[in-house]
Design a protein around this ligand. Structure first.
Ligand code: PEP
Ligand code: MG
Length: 898
């Protein structure tokens, strides 16, 4: 019989799939003996069943009643009893944190009777009526679907009538009358009364939290964060504790280390006389956690003890939510905290130094995406001038954009191609689309743990929050700085999320310290911490990884840079890039040649140029393999634009002139070569087989470059790669020609030129016949760009802009298959080709040189598929090194079932 409810005492952190992150960690804290208010968890399985069937799972409600009875027995009070009532909170908690995206209902158990009991027990009528008001509003909107704006308007009218600047100036009688108004609004809007039965309140609140899994903003957040849609949320039901019972109460959020920089020490925000929600929403400005030491030294000392316990237990940065109710500290939540990329590297390195984790564990805790973020540039503070305002550096990085004042405007302008900064007093989950669209988020209220900060950090968006000097006028679409400067919507501003500063205009950027270190090995003193931490992680990755990392580089400069970044060779040198610029003329000559002699003349002119390119690249990569790919794109790409030419010729004719004969001749050639689908036309090996002399010229250039390097005392390691092979016969023919030229050059030079000949696997047919192809190939390199294009039938130049956003929205895939390898389809072809290629030729060297070679998730796939190397753009090389190391830690190797 399925079981849907667990007591805290029955759970633990390893049960997050079933109990959600929040529930599992509450259970863990309870087990550690930390002060956690009693409660229980309704499982994600119950949620999934409810969402798929539309009805409460069988037996769930009995289980809830039994667990409630146990909580009531432990508390010695009944839910919603008239005297000193037990009240409950009902909160969402999915496997992965989705801050603020789902619903919460607090103060369950209050009704027209128990509110009086609460007033007596707490000694504060005002507090009791305020709690009841919160419940009626939250329940009314979350559970019964009444528009929150109606409640807000009722509150505003009351404040106006009482001349009260804020809620704190409303007394108990005011709040009691507000409860009546809100209850009438509910009756009026829904046709039913606010339920007085505590059990009914609880039951309906649980189901409403289940339903909130599918709220629009929650779906959007999941899509962005790649969280599967079918996990469901657990629901944590817990005794309420109150942080708003007076000056000896309060709520706060704390981190065991600084989540922005990783620096040691306790960080956080505290808000006296407030509920947790008030801290996170950023509605009132908090004080730093350190101030709690003066306000309540006893609770502060206990909190510090608990934080130490948690960090030692989790062996990681923990974030914590707590409430102090009349001098008693309660722990309401903990989890391994989100952090910036900088903090992730710094904390991992520190925990190794402290002996809490191993270097392998440290490596597992950083990521290639994080490293890529640290390789970004930041503002040059010496050139930024006076800041418009300062706030809390909530999510690092540098961003420039036009100030906009609501989410819809951010989305609209971004869609039109503009970069924007979303400026708000504070953000709510409804601002999510704007936060996704914006380069940065700037708020005038809220601390490091406000919604804006948490969500922006999670998405890697730059964020400065709590910039109190700013007065944000959303209606008037402008903000005013402390000295009275007015900044209107559309004005470009620069936001420094690392320093917490905002500047007018587009501030200049400087290179990142991590990038400088990777390029030059220098460690500037000011950023030695993060640079050392990155260096440690990369060293560890290099020590454990099996995959080699090469670079895609076409010029000696790129090759040299790739080498500095740690590339172990070039996995793809696209020789077509050597046909551009000045040389285009020669290529044109070759294409237009009417006779063999004319063609040979053009090829002969190209030969020394290509030889020099290859010599310089081989020199830059001395001692490392360089895979040189024969010409791939269709030749017409090297001719002038067809439309332009046609217009020129037609214009001359229309003016009664003879068109330029060269124009006419080129247009003729372009028309002859025009293809409807050039990506599937005369390119790759096909070109080599039908254009006489092309392969021979390129191979001769490679071979002579090798001879030259050997002559200069070098040890060149060139490999020749044939593109777009679909059948072994194509490769055999191309290879014969290659071998022929290599033999000729060997004979002419007296130096034996040995050069492995391999092929790209970038067509489904090549993958499916890899066993045959391996008979002729000394190595394989997966061209996953073309393999994705041809497997899906997606034109790689067209589809991303045309309809991928619709496909992503509609869940056809979670990320573009051109970005992250499609394991199910393209990945299966890779598996087949690896298995059959190696069966035919044991030890066959296999790599990948499509864009996926630098994508973290894809690198893990290639490791597991048993490839020997990945090749990616020079800037992705450090990322690929790191991820190849992390992939090796998983222990999954080729042949293991996935
Ligand atoms: C590929 O197809 O993956 C590849 C590397 O080749 P190109 O992108 O040059 O077609
Ligand atoms: Mg290709």
């Amino acid at each position: 019989m399925a079981r849907y409810v667990y007591d805290f005492a029955e759970g633990g952190r390893d049960m997050a799939d079933l109990l959600g992150g929040k529930g599992a960690n509450l259970a863990e804290m309870a087990r550690l003996g930390l002060p956690v208010p009693a409660g229980f968890i309704v499982t994600t399985e119950a949620c999934r069943t409810f969402l798929s069937t539309g009805t409460e799972p069988d037996g769930m409600s009995d289980e809830v009643s039994r667990h409630l009875a146990a909580v009531e027995a432990a508390a010695g009070r009944l839910l919603g009893q008239p005297e000193d009532p037990l009240l409950l909170s009902v909160r969402s908690g999915a496997r992965f944190s989705m801050p603020g995206m789902m619903e919460t209902v607090l103060d369950i158990g209050l009704n027209d009777d128990s509110v009086l009991g609460l007033a007596k027990a707490s000694g504060s009528e005002r507090f009791a009526w305020d709690s009841y008001r919160r419940l009626v509003q939250m329940f009314g909107s979350t559970v019964m679907g009444v528009d929150t704006a109606l409640f807000e308007e009722a509150l505003r009218l009351l404040k106006e009538a009482r001349n009260a600047p804020d809620d704190l100036h409303l007394d108990a009688a005011d709040l009691a009358s507000l409860v009546d108004v809100c209850k009438s609004l509910i009756q009026q809007e829904t046709g039913e009364p606010f339920p007085q039965s505590p059990a009914e309140q609880l039951r309906r609140a649980i189901l409403a939290v289940f339903r909130s899994w599918n709220a629009e903003r929650a779906r959007l957040y999941r899509r962005r964060e790649h969280i599967p849609d079918d996990l469901g949320t657990a629901v944590t039901v817990q005794c309420m504790v109150f942080g708003n019972l007076g000056a000896d109460s309060g709520s706060g959020v704390a981190f065991t280390r600084d989540p922005a920089t990783g620096r040691q020490g306790f960080y956080g925000d505290y808000l006296p006389n407030a509920q947790g929600e008030d801290v996170v929403s950023g509605i009132r400005n908090t004080v730093p956690l350190a101030d709690l030491e003066d306000l309540d030294p006893h609770s502060f000392a206990r909190l510090c003890d608990h934080m130490r316990t948690l960090e030692r237990h989790y062996r990681d940065l923990c974030d914590i939510e707590f409430t102090i109710e009349r001098g008693t500290l309660w722990m309401l939540q903990t989890r391994v905290g989100k952090r910036t990329a900088e903090a992730a590297f710094a904390i991992a390195a520190e925990l190794v130094d402290e002996g809490l984790i191993t270097p392998d564990e440290a490596l597992a805790r950083v990521s290639g995406d994080g490293l890529a973020r640290l390789m970004f540039r930041r503002f040059d503070t010496s050139a930024t001038g006076e800041a418009l305002a300062h706030g809390i550096p909530a999510s690092p990085g540098a961003a420039v954009g036009a100030a906009v004042f609501d989410s819809a405007e951010a989305v609209r302008r971004t869609a039109a191609g503009e970069r924007v900064v979303l400026v708000r007093q504070e953000t709510t989950p409804d601002d999510l689309p704007g936060m996704v669209a914006a380069q940065a988020v700037l708020t005038s209220r809220g601390g490091k743990t406000s919604h804006a900060a948490v969500v922006a950090r999670g998405m890697g968006r730059v964020c400065v929050c709590g910039a109190e000097e700013l007065s944000v006028d959303t209606e008037g679409r402008r903000f005013t700085t402390g000295d009275g400067t007015v900044v209107e919507e559309g004005t470009v501003i620069s936001v420094d999320g690392s320093a917490g500063a905002v500047y007018r205009g587009a501030a200049p950027l400087v290179d990142s310290a991590v990038m400088r270190y990777l390029e030059t090995g220098e460690r500037g003193a000011e950023s030695a911490g993060v640079v050392d931490a990155v260096a440690h992680a990369l060293r560890q990755a290099d020590a454990v990884r099996r995959l080699e990392v090469r670079a895609n580089a076409d010029t000696p400069e790129d090759a040299a840079r790739a080498r500095r970044f740690g590339a172990q060779g070039i996995g793809l040198c696209r020789t077509e890039h050597l046909f551009l610029g000045e040389r285009r003329k020669l290529v044109e000559e070759m294409i237009l040649a009417g006779t063999d002699a004319e063609r040979d003349h053009a090829l002969e002119a190209l030969l020394p140029l290509q030889r020099r390119d290859f010599t310089r690249i081989l020199e830059a990569m001395e001692g490392l393999p360089v895979t040189i790919r024969l010409l791939d794109p269709p030749l017409h790409e090297f001719l002038p634009d067809r439309t332009e030419l046609a217009v020129r010729v037609a214009a001359a004719q229309a003016a009664g002139n003879q068109p330029d004969p060269h124009d006419a001749e080129v247009l003729d050639a372009v028309n002859r070569m025009h293809e409807e689908n050039p990506m599937l036309g005369l390119r790759g090996v096909r070109l080599g087989l039908v254009v006489p002399g092309l392969v021979a010229m390129q191979v001769r250039a490679v071979a002579e470059a090798i001879v030259e390097r050997v002559g200069a005392g070098g040890a060149p390691m060139a490999e020749i790669m044939v593109p777009l092979v679909g059948a072994v016969e194509e490769l055999r023919l191309a290879r014969e020609e290659v071998e022929h030229v290599l033999a000729d050059v060997s004979k002419e030079s007296g130096i034996t030129v040995r050069c492995p000949v391999g092929t790209m696997i970038e067509l489904p047919r090549a993958a499916l016949t890899a066993g045959r192809i391996a008979e002729e190939a000394e190595f394989f390199s997966f061209g996953t760009n073309d393999l994705t294009q041809t497997t899906w039938g997606f034109s790689r130049d067209d589809v991303e802009a045309a309809f991928f956003s619709a496909y992503l929205d509609r869940g056809v895939f979670a990320t573009s298959p051109f970005e992250t390898i499609d394991r199910e389809g393209v990945g299966r072809l890779v598996d087949i080709a690896v298995t059959e290629g190696r069966a035919a030729r044991p030890g066959l060297k296999i790599g990948v040189c499509g864009e996926h070679g630098g994508d973290p998730d894809s690198v893990h796939f290639f490791h597991t598929a048993g490839l020997d190397y990945v090749s990616c753009s020079p800037f992705r090389v450090p990322v690929a090194r790191l991820e190849a190391g992390r992939a090796a830690l998983s222990g999954i190797e080729a042949g293991d079932s996935r």
